[in-house]
Design a protein around this ligand. Structure first.
Ligand SMILES: *Cc1c(COP(=O)(O)O)cnc(C)c1O
Length: 395
């Protein structure tokens, strides 16, 4: 069965009414027949029927057995970190999502958790810092915002030999393009805010695992911490996931077109897109992903914050905003936006230069997006500071 058919038909028909859309159970509690005698639900932090459908859906998508849904991607990440104890160590990718870095550094290091950051594009770098204290190897692939690729299969082998679990933040690829659990990873986490929900209208986090016991442990921490996703946002996320494979096709097609146009432009220094044969880890990406995603990053020959500012304020379709993965194109300047909580030496060392710009290609027409990017490059080349809002009236 094709993936989209499998996804759509894994969603239950409501047994009570035949409703084809999953009902939204907007309730905090469930009436019991006698103490402890209930219909599988007692209090909605522990379990909610709408959330439960989404939790099964992410397990289905990721080819896992258990799924959990959270109030945000970071709440999902936080739940995984709650398994750690003082003295435990994490080996993490060096250009990790800024919010994950902040949580590791300013919350968990305080409790005695140590984090080693390495360039995971070479699995040997991970091997070098693994120790008996390593509990988690934390991967993002492709990474944010420089689209580096880590070999999930090779790293999982090393990590398991050292007794560590492998966590993959699969936000950028989405399960439509990459399924880390089938490559050996133990836990997959998502900011469902991005491609899964897909419409820039909800903040949500998801995780999925293969191992039932690990799933139970994480479920315990989900309930203990309480960072659950509400029924309405669970419904929105289910609704988004129904079209995930279709949207991903358009995102990938558009990103390819934009990446090619950028590569040919004289004002552009470097383009980061795993689909380009010039990408450092193109072959690993081609091995573990079915397509290359909707995000493209690039730097300008004029490697200054000012030049980047001119670009990001001159696009008309790409809107300047944090976040990615929605149907409408977005762009951001990581050095001053998403990655500003990372110290500048660390940021530069991870390749996030001053002029780096991240594009999240939406599902608009590819030619329109290419034209928009060319227009803004022209502006940044001429250093013409013109408001995008003045232009917006001509669209
Ligand atoms: C956005 C994002 C997160 C955090 O998710 P929220 O839903 O914003 O809490 C984590 N990882 C990656 C790669 C992200 O892009």
């Amino acid at each position: 069965m094709q993936e989209i058919t499998r996804i759509l038909h894994s969603l239950p028909i409501d047994p009570l009414t035949g409703a084809i859309s999953v009902p939204i159970y907007q309730t905090a509690t469930f009436v019991q027949d006698a103490p402890g005698e209930n219909k599988g639900f007692d209090y909605a932090r522990s379990n909610n029927p709408t959330r439960q459908v989404l939790e099964s859906l992410i397990a289905t998508l990721e080819h896992g057995r258990r799924g959990l849904a959270f109030a945000s991607g970071l709440a999902a990440i936080d739940c995984v970190l709650k398994m750690l104890e003082s003295g435990d160590e994490i080996v993490a990718v060096d250009d990790i999502y800024g919010g994950s870095f902040r949580l590791f550094t300013h919350v968990y290091e305080k409790f005695g958790v140590k984090v080693h950051y390495v360039d995971a594009t070479d699995p040997q770098n991970i091997l070098k810092v693994l120790s008996p204290k390593t509990r988690l190897v934390w991967l993002e692939t492709p990474t944010n915002p420089t689209l580096k690729i880590a070999d999930i299969e090779a790293i999982s082998r090393f990590a398991h030999a050292a007794g560590a679990l492998v966590v993959v933040d699969n936000t950028f690829a989405s399960p439509a393009l990459q399924r880390p659990l089938t490559l050996g990873a133990d836990i997959v986490i998502h900011s469902a805010t991005k491609y899964l929900a897909g419409h820039s209208d909800v903040i949500a986090g998801l995780l999925a695992v293969q191992d039932e016991a690990l799933g139970e442990r994480l479920k315990f921490f989900q309930n203990a911490g309480g960072g659950i996703l509400g029924p309405w946002d669970s419904w929105l996320t289910i609704r988004g996931i129904e079209t995930l494979p279709l949207r991903m096709e358009a995102h990938c097609r558009n990103a390819f077109a934009v990446a090619r146009a950028l590569s040919e432009h004289p004002a552009v220094a470097e383009v980061f897109y795993p689909g380009l044969s010039t990408h450092k880890n193109h072959s690993v990406a081609a091995k573990q992903q079915s397509a290359f995603g909707g995000v493209v990053s690039f730097t300008l020959k004029d490697d200054t914050t000012e030049a980047a500012r001119t670009f990001v304020t001159n696009t008309r379709l790409f809107k300047l905003a944090e976040s990615l993965g929605g149907v409408k194109s977005l762009l951001c300047h990581p050095a001053t936006m998403t990655n500003k909580s990372i110290p500048s030496e660390k940021r530069l060392a991870a390749g996030v230069r001053d002029s780096l710009i991240r594009l999240s290609c939406g599902i608009e027409g590819a030619a329109d997006l290419v034209e928009d990017v060319r227009w803004a490059l022209e502006a940044s080349g001429n250093n013409r500071m013109e408001s995008r809002y003045a232009e917006a009236t001509t669209l």
